[in-house]
Structure formats: structure tokens, C-alpha cells
Design a protein around this ligand. Structure first.
Ligand code: GLN
Length: 493
């Protein structure tokens, strides 16, 4: 039995049959983190004693056969912008280096109720602002497939934790692509649920009209299982959707006759030629499985990226106002009077956050409202209409997740424009609020790449089901196996 190769279903069986205990399982992952993470830097905080305590409690639950769920005893890594009571939650920021929340985010409370084990808090760009997990005060996260390359971001720590077998499951957050893009770069599955489907209560906001929490996993079943544990109405989140009718929950059901849209704007200039081939192969496999391919156009998509950045920066500037040393944020310059103290405290933001606060404040100024903010809101409304029209012609959309595989730290990482291009395919679903899934569709050289399915509100199960059919027909592509070399050893190319 090789734990690292077992999916959550197999781990569940082993736990229920007492072939392994939750404490042993958790110890395995903690040891693997200790072995690999000094190089990969996927975790900011690993509360070992706390994790083992939760595992022991799960073992008691399993022994008593009381309240055992699919997740009882299963370790889950949590992105470090999601509040965990008693465990520090840094958001990748120096300002929150000592912040210990006094309450759990709803998703964390749900995982605890299910008996899952909180394994650790994963690395991210400061306040989730970034695409490469390079703007963390705690250092960059490295891509396990090639340590000179970025993991993607901002949920890079969560994607690497799952890809490198340091956790079977992880939570990420996605404001403009931060679950899907690192999932694609690392060869794992990542889902951004419909806006409002998963509670944001206890998620530290970046751009609250876009932010969504979602699961990362190594295959369709595990992903769906974690999604189901997270989803649901939450009275503590005013944007939470009413609970939908209960779904089947087993990913069965035919995909024959489903209309899969290929929007041409996602396949244009800037897309890596080999990556385009891979995604078209996915389309072919789905067609062979009985889906109908529909070519269509979504002209609003050309404006999605600037609209996204404008609105996200505007919201970010307001979200960051609370880090003033009075309400939140490590206080500096207390001797300098109130204004001096706030100024000194806010110097603790990293350069990327400062840049966004400045730009966002500018976009929100009275002079800019008509010129920038309102047009961006109009683009957002247009995207919603455009996508709604597309869903009359097809059931879901297939696109690449990114335009290319993971880049080297030395290349685009410092180039804002190139960075933004990595999310040209992902931001549209954040502007519309639609669910979107990234799943692996092969490798280019040694680097994994992902395909994306987008669907109308509430279509999560459908997206996963369709991708699962592809995964069944192309198992090696859809679950590229990263196996740990000894620490210090590079992956062979
Ligand atoms: N990279 C995008 C940004 O910087 C998206 C980040 C995210 O989804 N959290 O805004």
C-alpha cells in the first residue's frame, strides 16, 4: 500500500477497514511535508500537534462508528487566506504574520464537522494578488515538475501540496483564476464554484465580488467529494446562494448529446500551439463520447482582462483599508501619532499590494468613475449577456486554462503584461460568476497543462462529469503522476 498513490476513496476504505489509522495517515503527510517543503515552500504554517490531535479525534470517531463521513480522518491543506481559529492566518503578508483568528471560516467549520484533518496553511501571493505565488512575504512556491518554474498562483501552495503528494486535498481561492491557473501549471484538478455556492465567511477578502473558495484534488471524484462538502447556503455570507436541489452525487450519467461550445476568442493569438492541440484533442475525445461540438464567438471576452483588473484593483483598495494598525495589521510607528502610525503600518504591505491599492484608489476617484469604473461594470454586464446567449446554444464551454505551461521565475515573472496573459482564459468566469473547472490534459515536454470547462450557474457537477469522461479515456493525461525524487534531486527532463 503506497499512501501517496491512493485517492481519497481508497484512503477512506483503508481507514474504515482499520488498515491504517488517521494518525498514521496524517503522520505520513506531515513527514512528506518535512521532507519536500524546504525546497517547494508550499506551506506557511504546519500545526503538527494540532493536526495529530484532530487525527486522533477522527480515529475515535471511526472506532465508535459515529458520524463518519467521506472526509473523516482525511487531511486537507488550507490556503492561508482562509481563517482557522487558533491557527495563524497570514495571507502571505508581513502585516498578518501574528494574526490568529478567533473563529473558523465556514468552509473550515464544515471540514471540521466532517472530521477532516487540517494539515496546514498553504502559501499564496500576498492577499491572493498575483499569478505566480511569488509575492508572498514567506518566499516563492516552486513548481514540483521544475523548480526553476513558478507554481502559478495565487493558490500555488495548495496546487503544489496536492501535486507533490503533500496533501490529498486542498482548498484554494479564485478571484481571477487563482485555483484554476496553478492547478493547470501543477497537473492537478481545480474548481472555481459558482459565485455564492461556497460560503465566503471567514475568507479574507481581496475583491469580494469575485472571490470564491474551491477545491483542488488529484482526480474528478476527489474534487467532487470535497466540493460537495464545501457547498451550501450560509446565512453568515450575505452573497450566499440558496441551496440547490440535491444532486445525484456520483458523477454518473451520460454525456451523450451534450453540446460543448468552443469559443474562438480563447483559441486565438498568444495561445501555445501545442497547448491548442491538447485542448482540441480533449474536444475530439468528448465528441467520440457522444458530445456535439459547437463553434461560437464571445466578443466580450476581448475586454474581460482590463475590466477584471480595473474592478479587482478598485475592490482591493477598499479591502486593504482595514490594515491600518488599529483594526488589523501589525502596528508600526505607534509613537508617531495616529496618521504617522497608519502610514508606517501600511508600509508593511509588499510592493504588489501597494501598487494595486494606489491604482484601485485612483480608479475609484470621482474623476475616473465615468472613464474607467463604469465602462468596466458595463463590460461585466456584457460578458454576462454574452455567456447567457452562448448557453442557449451549448451546455458548456471548453477552453484552455492558460495560454502556455508554467514559466520560469526569470522570464515572465517580473513582466506584468505577460503575467496578466496567463489569466486571459480564466477571468471571464469570475466576471460572470459562472463555475469553471481546470483539469489536466497532458504535458508539453515535462510540464503539465490544463483544459477548462465553463458552465452556467450551478453546473459544477456537469463540468466534473464531462471532464471525468475525458479522464477515463486519457488516464495518463488527466492524472500526470509526479513522484518525489529524493530531496535535492532535480526532475529528469
Ligand atoms: N492573478 C489574478 C490577480 O492577480 C487573480 C488572482 C486570484 O484569483 N486571487 O488578480
Amino acid at each position: 500500500m503506497v499512501i501517496g498513490k491512493m485517492d481519497v476513496g481508497a484512503l477512506r476504505k483503508a481507514l474504515d477497514r482499520r488498515e491504517i489509522s488517521a494518525v498514521e495517515l496524517t503522520t505520513y503527510y506531515l513527514d512528506r511535508i518535512a521532507q519536500l517543503d524546504p525546497e517547494l515552500n508550499a506551506f506557511i504554517t504546519v500545526p503538527r500537534a494540532e493536526a495529530l490531535r484532530m487525527a486522533a479525534a477522527a480515529d475515535r470517531r471511526i472506532a465508535a462508528q459515529e458520524g463518519v463521513t467521506a472526509l473523516t480522518g482525511i487531511p486537507v491543506a488550507i490556503k492561508d487566506n482562509i481563517c482557522t481559529a487558533g491557527i495563524r492566518t497570514t495571507c502571505g503578508s508581513r502585516l498578518l504574520a501574528d494574526f490568529i483568528p478567533i473563529y473558523d471560516a465556514t468552509v473550515v467549520a464544515k471540514l471540521k464537522q466532517a472530521g477532516a484533518v487540517l494539515l496546514g496553511k498553504t502559501n499564496l501571493d500576498e492577499f491572493a494578488m498575483g499569478s505566480a505565488t511569488q509575492y508572498s512575504f514567506y518566499g516563492p512556491t516552486r513548481n514540483p515538475w521544475d523548480r526553476d518554474r513558478v507554481a502559478g498562483g495565487s493558490s500555488g501552495g495548495s496546487a503544489v501540496a496536492v501535486a507533490a503528494g503533500m496533501a490529498p486535498l486542498a482548498l484554494g481561492t479564485d478571484t481571477g483564476g487563482s485555483i484554476r491557473q496553478p492547478a493547470a501549471f501543477c497537473g492537478v484538478w481545480g474548481l472555481k464554484p459558482t459565485y455564492g455556492r461556497v460560503s465566503r465567511y471567514g475568507l479574507v477578502p481581496y475583491a469580494p465580488s469575485f472571490d470564491q473558495i474551491g477545491p483542488l484534488a488529484r482526480n474528478a471524484r476527489d474534487l467532487f467529494l470535497l466540493f460537495r462538502a464545501l457547498a451550501g447556503h450560509d446565512p453568515l455570507d450575505p452573497t450566499s446562494l440558496p441551496a440547490p436541489a440535491e444532486t445525484g452525487g456520483d458523477l454518473s450519467g451520460s454525456i451523450r448529446g451534450l453540446r460543448v461550445g468552443l469559443p474562438r476568442e480563447f483559441f486565438g493569438a498568444g495561445l501555445d500551439a501545442e497547448l491548442k492541440e491538447r485542448v482540441l484533442t480533449v474536444a475530439q475525445v468528448l465528441a467520440e463520447a457522444g458530445c456535439v461540438l459547437v463553434e461560437l464567438s464571445l466578443p466580450s471576452v476581448a475586454y474581460a482582462l482590463p475590466a477584471y483588473y480595473l474592478l479587482a484593483y478598485a475592490e482591493a483598495s477598499s479591502s486593504m483599508a482595514r490594515y491600518d494598525g488599529v483594526r488589523f495589521g501589525n502596528r508600526s510607528g505607534a509613537e508617531q501619532g495616529i496618521v504617522g502610525m497608519m502610514t508606517a503600518t501600511r508600509q508593511g504591505f509588499g510592493p504588489e499590494v501597494k501598487r494595486r491599492v494606489l491604482l484601485g484608489t485612483y480608479f475609484l476617484s470621482a474623476d475616473c468613475y465615468e472613464e474607467y469604473y463604469r465602462p468596466a461594470q458595463k463590460v461585466r454586464a456584457w460578458l454576462r449577456q454574452d455567456f447567457a446567449a452562448a448557453y442557449r446554444r451549448c451546455d458548456l464551454l471548453l477552453t484552455p486554462t492558460t495560454a502556455a505551461p508554467a514559466f520560469r521565475f526569470a522570464d515572465e515573472a517580473g513582466d506584468e503584461r505577460a503575467l496578466a496573459l496567463t489569466e486571459q482564459c480564466t477571468v471571464a468566469a469570475n466576471l460572470t460568476g459562472d463555475p469553471a473547472l481546470s483539469f489536466p490534459c497532458g504535458r508539453i515536454n515535462h510540464l503539465p497543462v490544463g483544459a477548462q470547462l465553463i458552465g452556467p450557474a450551478g453546473a459544477e457537477e456537469l463540468l466534473i462529469r464531462v471532464a471525468a469522461v475525458y479522464a477515463e479515456k486519457a488516464p495518463d493525461d488527466a492524472m500526470p503522476e509526479w513522484t518525489a525524487p529524493d530531496v535535492g534531486e532535480q526532475i529528469e527532463v
